[in-house]
Structure formats: C-alpha cells, structure tokens
Design a protein around this ligand. Structure first.
Ligand SMILES: [Zn+2]
Length: 475
C-alpha cells in the first residue's frame, strides 16, 4: 500500500514535470529577452526618475480634480513630460468630465456635548443651505443595519454610518467598506433622512477625513454627505453610547458646475514585428483635491511612464507596442477610460495585455494575472524571472484596476504586479496624500516589477489569447 502510494506520487510528479516542460517549450522566452529583463531590473532599482516625476507633478501641478484648473495643468504637464522622455505618437484624447467643486464644509456635534470636528464632503455631494442643516441623529453601522430600522426611524434626521474599514494588503477591506460611501446618501434619503455623515473609508488613526465619490440614484432626493476621521468617528460613537439624544450640524458649500473639457494623454514606445498588438500601461492623471495626489495616482503615472522609458532605452525594440495611457477623471466616474473604450471601434482586440498602476507607490508584493489558461505557463516564467524581487505568486483572478476594467471585460489579458496596500488607505483621498507618503526604495522596486513583466509581456513568443472566463469582482 505504502509502496504503491509512493510510486503513484512519483508518477504524478513526473507527469507534472513533463507537462511543464512541454508548455515551456511551446512558448519560452529567449535568453536575450530574459537578459534584458534582468538589465531592466538593475536599471530600475538604481533609477530615481519615477520619484522625480511624482515630485514634479505634485509640486508644479498639485491637486487635479476633474474639470479644475489643476486638471488642465496636469494634461499640459503629461504632454510635456512624455515628449521629453521621447515617447512616440504623443497625443491627447478629449473627454468631457463632470465639474464638481468642494467648497467649504463644517461639521459639529451640537448635543449632548458640543464639539466641532474636521470634515470633508464626499465627492459629488450637494451642498446645504448656507445656514446648514441641524437635526437629531441616528447611528447605524452600515447599509444593512439602515435597512433593518423601523419605518420612519431616520425621517428628518441625519444618519451617521459608523462602520470601520479593515486594514488589508490587497485592498479587500476597502472593497467591503466602500459601499456605504457610494450608496449611503441615496439609501438614507429614500427613507427621509436630511443628510448623512460617514466614518471615513480609510485606516488612518490621525485626524484626516477621507473623501471619494458618492453615487446618487435617480429615485431618491439628493442629500448632503460628509465624512469624518476615524478618531472623530470614535468620539461620536461615544456620544451616541451615552444613551442621550445626539444632535448634529452640517454645513457645505459643495456644488456642481457645467461639464468641462479634459483629456486622456497617450504616448507610445512602438513595437517591431508585432507592433500592431498593444500592451497598455494605464494610470490616472486626475486626483482628489484635498491632497496633491502623490500616491493616488501620481505614483501610478510615474510607474507607467518610467517603465516605458526604461524599455525604450534598451538596445532592442519591444516586439509589441507599449502604450502609456494616462486617463482623465478616474475618481468621479471613470470618464477617461470609458471615452477611450468608445474610441476603439474595431481596435479593442489589438489590446492584448494590460497593466494598471493605481494602488500607491509600492512595493509590489505579488504577481497576479487574468489570462487564458494556455498562457499560465508564460505567467509562471515571468514570475520566475521576477524571483530576485521576492514576490508571492497570486492567482488568475486579478481585477486589474478601474480604468482597464472595460478592456479586461472584453477579453484583454491582464498581468497585475500587485502593489502593497497595507498603508495605502492611511493617506488615500485625504489631505495627507503628499510626496512624503512615497518611499523611494519601494517605488523603485515597483518600477522594476512592472518593467520586467511589461517587457516580457511585450516579448512573449506565443499569443496572448482573449480571456473568456468570467471576471472576478475586484476591489
Ligand atoms: Zn486612483
């Protein structure tokens, strides 16, 4: 029995080895390509230019919410930098974007124990009348507990959502908590609430409120929505837990202006024998306005631009074309990537492989993918080439990111060097998203991981087949 079992195991292992060898032979990277990947790693780990790009963008442009003067300055900045880096076919693609203006916001507990707390309006929120809204408040944990309240419980009240986001490396904590920000305002308004305040969907214990887009439904009245920081939310919970009735006051001058012109900015490193096939490197040029968008998404912009420049500087052209796409208005409705997709009539299938960088400034801790099963051996080879960067091997359910989601849904393969999100939500969408949040060594490691995998993706000797498996829901 024991002997039979061992023989079976040996047989099984031999089969595995044989299969892997056969698949590798079918489409193995050349030694020249692997040597170039190693050269990219060495150069990226010694290269200071990604940090320099974030420094330049955050200093010379700063905040760049859709439709703002900063948004237009960022487009000019990206055109100038892509030309300076020597990219080909540098161009803009015009996009209309919503133009929401934050204005000022104030939030205070009126009773039982009065105190003011720093606050931010949620992106897209309507304002309050100039004198503000003051009302009795109801605390609920999340959307589920709001639904469970007796009828009329929140009518003419302000609703406070108290749920705390969990810190995770892969962003799943954000994914689970963020629905209250998007859907909370209309859910509460449908039940007659006058306004909402949420505990920030962030992980900082500092007094930074976290903004981000809300999504009003057509059915419910539009009510104002604010966020307060974690420590202030804790203090507000204590006021509720006293059992006394809690009154809140909120004031906001947020408003929506007519739509404005913005643009995606695109540049390329042309391919050679497979130039008609595109490996797209995406990030977004806009940012929320409280900070200067260093980690969201100055870092992604810098990573994809530096990766393309490092590959361009090799002594060999990539086989496939690398296209750097800096998308307009990811934050408030992904206008840029939707316009990009609309403009691809008949060209969607040319996008064979996508990379998105929109999860901070590194390091990369894992390599995930969403490829056709036939390309999994290629991903394994890329993973082995990246071994010096000490990554974990992720699964084949990569979500990519918000901007490449449309192309991925239409079958584009995705390689995802996963950025470590453990500390990302400490500063993301807060006033504290500044250059000080960027660790230059982690950023260089991230550039190395993206550069090696983008290069090998562009050199892959097989076909990047269309992916037909249903897309996993991502963060
Ligand atoms: Zn982002």
């Amino acid at each position: 029995m024991q002997l039979y079992k061992s023989l079976t195991v040996v047989g099984f292992l031999l089969t595995l080895v044989t299969c892997a060898t056969a698949a590798d032979k079918a489409a193995a990277f050349t030694n020249l390509d692997l040597a170039a990947a190693n050269k990219l790693r060495e150069r990226a780990l010694a290269d200071l230019s990604a940090y320099g790009l974030i420094e330049s963008l955050t200093t010379e442009v700063g905040a760049r919410p859709a439709g703002s003067p900063g948004d237009r300055a960022a487009i000019a900045w990206a055109l100038r930098e892509m030309q300076r880096l020597g990219f080909q076919n540098v161009r803009t693609m015009e996009v209309m974007v919503p133009h929401w203006v934050r204005g000022d916001a104030e939030f205070a507990v009126v009773a039982p124990w009065p105190q003011a707390m720093p606050t931010l309006a949620l992106g897209g929120s309507v304002g309050t009348p100039p004198e503000g809204i003051e009302a009795e408040a109801v605390m609920v944990k999340d959307l589920e507990s709001l639904k469970g309240l007796p009828e009329g419980a929140v009518k003419n009240r302000i609703v406070f959502f108290s749920n705390r986001m969990e810190r995770t490396r892969d962003g799943s904590g954000y994914g689970r908590a963020v629905s209250v920000r998007a859907a909370g305002p209309s859910a509460a308004a449908a039940l007659g609430a006058l306004g909402i305040v949420i505990r920030s969907v962030g992980t900082s214990e500092l007094r930074f409120a976290h903004t981000g887009a809300l999504r009003y439904t057509a059915e419910a009245p539009r009510i104002p929505a604010l966020a307060i920081s974690n420590p202030d939310a804790d203090a507000l919970v204590r006021q509720f837990e006293s059992g006394k009735s809690v009154r809140l006051r909120m004031t906001s001058s947020a408003r929506e202006l007519p739509q404005a012109r913005s643009a995606n900015v695109i540049g390329e490193v042309p391919g050679s024998d497979l130039a008609s096939e595109i490996v797209i490197l995406g990030a977004h040029l806009d940012s929320w306005d409280p900070g200067v968008g260093a980690i969201d998404d100055g870092a992604g912009v810098a990573i994809v631009m530096t990766v393309a420049r490092l590959i361009q500087d090799l002594d060999r052209k990539p086989r496939r074309t690398l296209r750097v796409a800096l998308f307009a208005n990811e934050e408030f409705g992904t206008s840029g990537s939707r316009a990009y997709l609309d403009a691809q009539h008949g060209h969607v299938d040319r996008h064979v492989l996508g990379f998105e960088a929109d999860f901070g400034a590194g390091p990369v801790w894992r390599l995930s993918s969403r490829v056709s099963p036939a390309q999994l051996p290629a991903v394994d080879q890329i993973y082995r080439a990246l071994a010096p960067l000490k990554l974990a091997r992720g699964g084949n359910e990569a979500a990519g990111g918000a901007d490449l989601e449309g192309l991925a849904k239409l079958g584009m393969a995705v390689l995802s060097p996963d950025l470590d999100g453990t500390r990302y939500f400490d500063a993301h969408h807060t006033v504290n998203d500044t250059l000080a949040q960027v660790d230059p060594a982690a950023l260089r490691q991230a550039v190395a991981a993206y550069a090696m995998s983008a290069w090998l993706g562009a050199q892959y000797p097989g076909d990047w087949e269309r992916v037909t498996t249903p897309k996993a829901s991502g963060r």
